[in-house]
Design a protein around this ligand. Structure first.
Ligand SMILES: [Zn+2]
Length: 264
C-alpha cells in the first residue's frame, strides 16, 4: 500500500529567464516561469510542504532584495504567498507539520515565517547553511524563521536504491524509504534533490532551470553558469541527471521552475 497519497503544486511567484542568453543556440527568448511549492500528503506524517516560495519577507531587507532581483527577475503579490495559496485551497496553514527544503535560496525559504508550526527537514548539509545564514550563500536572513524551529536531518538510507549508482550518499527523509534525498549541490552551496520512490518523481530543485537542458540538446552558457554557486558542480549534476534520465526513462523530473508538474 502506498504511503504518499497525494502530490500537487502551488505557484508562489514567478521568475523570468532569457533562454536565448542562458542556453547555447536557443532562441526561445524570455520565459516567465513559476516558482513551485509542492504539497504532499504522507499517510503517517500528514501534510508536508516542499519549499515555501516567494513572499514579502524577501523585501524586508531592501539592500539584500535589490541584490537578489538584480540577478533574478522575480514577481509576486501577497496572493502568491504559500499562506494565501493554502487558504485559497481551504487548507489551514497549521496543517503543515513538516517542511522539506531543497536549499536555502530566498525563493525556497521566504514562506517559512508565514507558517505557524512545523519542523524543517533536509540533509544535514542544507540545514547547516540554514543554521549559519551566511548572506554570501545568497540567503536573505530576514526570510528565515527564528532558531527555535525544530530541524531534523535525514539519515542515511539503509535499503538498496539505484540512486546509489549515481550519488555518493542516499538519505531517507522519513525513515521509511518513501522520500529519498541526494546531494545535487552546484546551483547552491548545498542543495538536495528529493525522490518520491512510489511514483518515480525526482524533485531536482534548481539543478536546471527546467527540463530544457535535460535532453542534452543544449548546454548552459557562461552567463547561466556564472549564476551558480559552483559552476563545475552544476555541470556535473546536470550530466548525472541526464544519465539518470537516460537509464531510467520512468523517472519524471520536476524542477523548481517546471511548468508541467504531475499531481495525484
Ligand atoms: Zn535556487
Amino acid at each position: 500500500m502506498e504511503k504518499i497519497i497525494s502530490f500537487k503544486r502551488y505557484i508562489c511567484g514567478y521568475e523570468e529567464f532569457d533562454f536565448s542568453e542562458l542556453y547555447k543556440g536557443c532562441s526561445d527568448g524570455i520565459k516567465k516561469l513559476p516558482v513551485n511549492v509542492f504539497l504532499t500528503e504522507h499517510k503517517k506524517f500528514g501534510t508536508i510542504l516542499i519549499n515555501t516560495g516567494c513572499s514579502k519577507t524577501m523585501r524586508t531587507n531592501a539592500t539584500s532584495y535589490s541584490r537578489l532581483t538584480s540577478k533574478h527577475k522575480l514577481s509576486f503579490t501577497d496572493d502568491d504567498s504559500i499562506k494565501a495559496r493554502l487558504l485559497a485551497d481551504k487548507l489551514d496553514p497549521v496543517c503543515i507539520k513538516k517542511v522539506l527544503l531543497t536549499h536555502c535560496d530566498p525563493e525556497c525559504c521566504a514562506g517559512l515565517k508565514l507558517l505557524p508550526r512545523y519542523e524543517i527537514i533536509s540533509t544535514a548539509q542544507v540545514l547547516s547553511i540554514l543554521w549559519l545564514a551566511d548572506p554570501s550563500d545568497g540567503i536573505i536572513s530576514s526570510t528565515l524563521p527564528s532558531a527555535e524551529i525544530p530541524r531534523s536531518a535525514a539519515g542515511l538510507f539503509s535499503g538498496k536504491s539505484f540512486l546509489s549508482d549515481y550519488f555518493k550518499w542516499v538519505f531517507d527523509v522519513f525513515g521509511d524509504g518513501t522520500v529519498l534525498a541526494v546531494d545535487i549541490s552546484g546551483h547552491a552551496k548545498s542543495m538536495a534533490g528529493f525522490f518520491l520512490t512510489e511514483k518515480n518523481i525526482f524533485l531536482a530543485a534548481d539543478a536546471s532551470i527546467d527540463e530544457t537542458a535535460l535532453s542534452g540538446k543544449t548546454e548552459p552558457t557562461n552567463k547561466l553558469l556564472k549564476l551558480q554557486f559552483y559552476p563545475k558542480d552544476y555541470i556535473n549534476v546536470l550530466k548525472t541527471l541526464r544519465k539518470l534520465k537516460n537509464d531510467h526513462p520512468e523517472i519524471q523530473f520536476v524542477f523548481s521552475h517546471s511548468e508541467n508538474v504531475p499531481s495525484f
